[in-house]
Design a protein around this ligand. Structure first.
Ligand SMILES: NC(=O)c1ccc[n+]([C@@H]2O[C@H](COP(=O)([O-])OP(=O)(O)OC[C@H]3O[C@@H](n4cnc5c(N)ncnc54)[C@H](O)[C@@H]3O)[C@@H](O)[C@H]2O)c1
Length: 413
């Protein structure tokens, strides 16, 4: 643990705040619960999945995140972290459940509502209730409404939103070091919640209202999405104009006030590809750029499929046999194993469904239920068309001769 010792420094529990109930033990809830338990809080973790509860109580983890295993083992061994299917009375409640969307990009806050109903019988006067899930504007007020409907006197509670902005792969460090935004449903709730985060966050904890905090998180992800859409649009235009988009971007970025992001095969993951829709759904026709950015990034994936299909068809016409296509990378971004909402996975599956022989490569996973996974040397050897979909480090510097290479992610540059 010595490497992490700085993450444990300066621990001072908040006055009269000793017990914490964390609802939802996934990528956000479990690291948060484990960190707080290592800081000396008594943490009761809650999840609806029995196997998750069992794995954690055995001191193990059910997700991939560097250093998390060390934190969970030490938290469970110290007796400060226990997991369960049901909440219990605590000083602070933290809700970190999923917020996906329904059909038609309609925000789905069902998990937040059911988590709120689950904690209602255990919430009492003076408690802090924090919503950490990325949420449509107004969800923290909704949490208050649900507690009221469940018979809780919310005037005696401190209810706030504190969105999470950690980077997977860096979660344990960023949970402590990132600046945080806290927005309460009242100024007192904001103040109390800021005080709580200041007991374990070394970054600055900034105060606002609940609605602004909700919108801030959605804005962060929409900003990324919009800027990537700009790069993706440029990549399509450059293809049309026969210009190397990577060279173009590196040249334009030499301007002191220009910073064009990198294009790719689309935008994936469960955050940037999802959260802007929360704004679009509520904003309607006024959310023009944010909606268009989402559409451009989705279109870039379809455009990439067409490019690959055209290359395969050209090969077939010239060689009298069907092309084998190597899909290099399936994850939603480089050097991770996360395939959620991944454009690359979608491309590989779509090509396969359309009768193309796909040689799927993903160095970060061993197997996949729909695609046989090959190592990249074998795939390149066998393929006629090589499509780089994700810029994994393994793909850098590979020299390929005499085959059609389509680079959607700049990994050959
Ligand atoms: N993962 C990230 O990098 C990240 C970053 C910033 C924000 N967020 C946001 O944080 C929230 C949680 O994301 P995550 O990645 O931790 O999700 P996740 O799917 O990894 O974990 C959520 C957990 O909640 C559990 N759960 C669902 N309903 C429940 C209920 N009613 N009671 C108790 N447990 C319940 C699930 O079983 C699961 O273990 C989402 O709103 C997400 O958008 C995630």
């Amino acid at each position: 643990m010595s490497k992490n010792s700085r993450l444990f420094k300066g621990t001072k529990l908040m006055n009269q705040t000793k017990t914490i109930c964390v609802v939802g033990l996934g990528y956000i809830g479990l690291p948060t619960a484990a960190l707080l338990a290592n800081r000396g809080y008594q943490v009761h973790g809650v999840d609806v999945v029995q196997s998750t509860v069992d794995i954690i109580n055995a001191g193990n983890i059910h997700i991939v995140e560097p250093e998390l295993d060390i934190f969970v083992r030490s938290a469970v061994n110290s007796g400060n972290l226990k997991a369960s299917l049901t909440p219990k009375e605590s000083d602070v409640f933290i809700i970190a459940v999923p917020t996906p969307f329904h059909e038609g990009y309609v925000p789905n806050i069902d998990y937040v509502i059911s988590a709120t109903k689950a904690i209602a019988p255990y919430v009492k006067e003076g408690n802090i209730v924090i919503l950490e899930s990325t949420s449509p504007v107004g969800t923290t007020d909704k949490v208050e409404d649900v507690l009221k409907e469940e018979g809780v006197d919310t005037s005696k509670l401190f209810i706030a939103h504190c969105p999470e902005r950690v980077l997977p792969g860096q979660i344990m460090r960023e949970l402590v070091e990132n600046d945080r935004i806290v927005g309460g449903t009242t100024p007192e709730a904001t103040q109390k919640t800021v005080e709580f985060y200041n007991t374990f966050v070394s970054g600055e904890v900034l105060s606002t209202t609940a609605r602004t905090a909700e919108m801030a998180k959605l804005t962060e992800n929409s900003f990324r999405d919009t800027n990537i859409a700009f790069a993706n649009e440029l990549s399509i235009l450059c293809d049309k104009f026969d210009i190397d988009v990577w060279e173009l971007i590196s040249l334009t970025n030499r301007h002191p006030r220009v910073n064009v992001l990198q294009p790719g095969a689309g935008v994936g993951g469960h955050c940037i590809a999802v959260d802007p829709w929360f704004i679009v759904h509520a904003g309607g026709d006024d959310a023009k750029i944010i909606r268009t950015a989402r559409e451009i990034n989705t279109y870039k994936t379809e455009w990439s499929i067409e490019k690959i299909k055209n290359a395969a068809l050209k090969f077939e016409n010239e060689n009298g046999r069907k092309a084998k296509v190597a899909c290099m990378g399936l994850a939603f971004k480089p050097d991770i194993d996360d395939l959620r909402e991944a454009p690359a996975l979608y491309i590989a599956k779509t090509l396969k469904a359309q009768g193309i022989e796909v040689l799927a490569v993903e160095p970060n996973i061993k197997n996949h239920k729909d695609l046989a996974i090959l190592n990249y040397e074998d795939a390149i050897e066998k393929a006629d068309v090589i499509a780089y979909l994700v810029g994994h480090k393994e793909f850098k510097g590979i020299k390929i001769f005499g085959k059609e290479v389509i680079d959607f992610c700049g990994v050959t540059n």
